[in-house]
Design a binder for this molecule. Sequence first.
Ligand code: HEM
Length: 307
Amino acid sequence: MYRQCLAFISAVILTFSTRRYEKFFKFLDIRYSRIVSFSFIFPELEWIWKHLYRFTQLCQYEAPLVNGLSDVYDRRKSGEAADSMDLLKLLLNKENNEEKPLTKQQVVENCFAFLLAGYETTSTALTFCTYLLAKHQDVQRKLYEEIAATKEEKGLNFDTIHSMKYLDAVFKESLRMYPPVIHFVNRVCLEDITINGQFIPKGTFVAVLPYTVHMNEENWPRAKEFIPERFLDWNDKGSLKWIPFGVGPRFCVGMRFAEMEFKMSLARLIERFELKLPENAQEMIPMVNGVIMRPKDPVNVILNKRS
Ligand code: HEM
């Protein structure tokens, strides 16, 4: 009750103060990542976090993107590209669903969510992986040999990419070491439960951090080392030790697409170029910004064209 009252009073104060002191709030340079972190500690203050979000840089970037999507929505509504079947088309069809119709705002917001969830994640995962391959030349050599052999025998396409065991092991191991999404596997506990002696009451907000699970030596011995071979005979699929895409009915809906995009891009890159770290390269340090873990500084990699 005390927390709820605090949330209400803070929300009222903030509503009035932000309108009056808009410039001041902009000057404070409120970071989206900090809002996310605080919102996990005080979910009751959702009102405040939503309010402050308007002053973050992310929100400034978001506005033109949402407007762009809104234009695309209008064009598709007026008949443009009527034959193509894509996500927007599926959402527009859902809009006509009489039982549960979607509003324009819901369609645009869903498209925005897919754009955001689908772009930053896979590109960050590929950044981590190229760094790891440039650092571990032995792994890169084995991967190249598999790619070259597959290409010569059957060509690189949807089916052959999925048949490559070492590529699959590199994909899994690099997502184990650096899962880009670390703050998003969240659930609300539906009933009182005790797990390993820890009582968790109904209604508790539970956040699972894939990075913590992946770095636990009990799950993965020599967890800090990059060893793709550990996934070559891995048949522990139901164990929840590898969860970069979350788990259960709400696991990442883009997982298969991300896997294909990751593997195809990597195979094409390694097929043509040898990756090396510059001589004075610093150790890459991951950091968390909002929900995404990414390298703190830009990752520089030298590409040598293969003959
Ligand atoms: C390496 C790439 C990616 C990673 C590591 C990743 C990771 C995740 C994680 C951890 C979740 C939360 C799952 C849970 O709560 O159990 C999630 C949800 C989601 N992801 Fe991804 N994702 C990736 C790529 C993509 C792509 C390419 C798309 C879309 C094209 C996408 C769309 C979504 C959506 C819409 C959700 C919410 C699903 C729901 O709440 O039902 N993701 N993702």
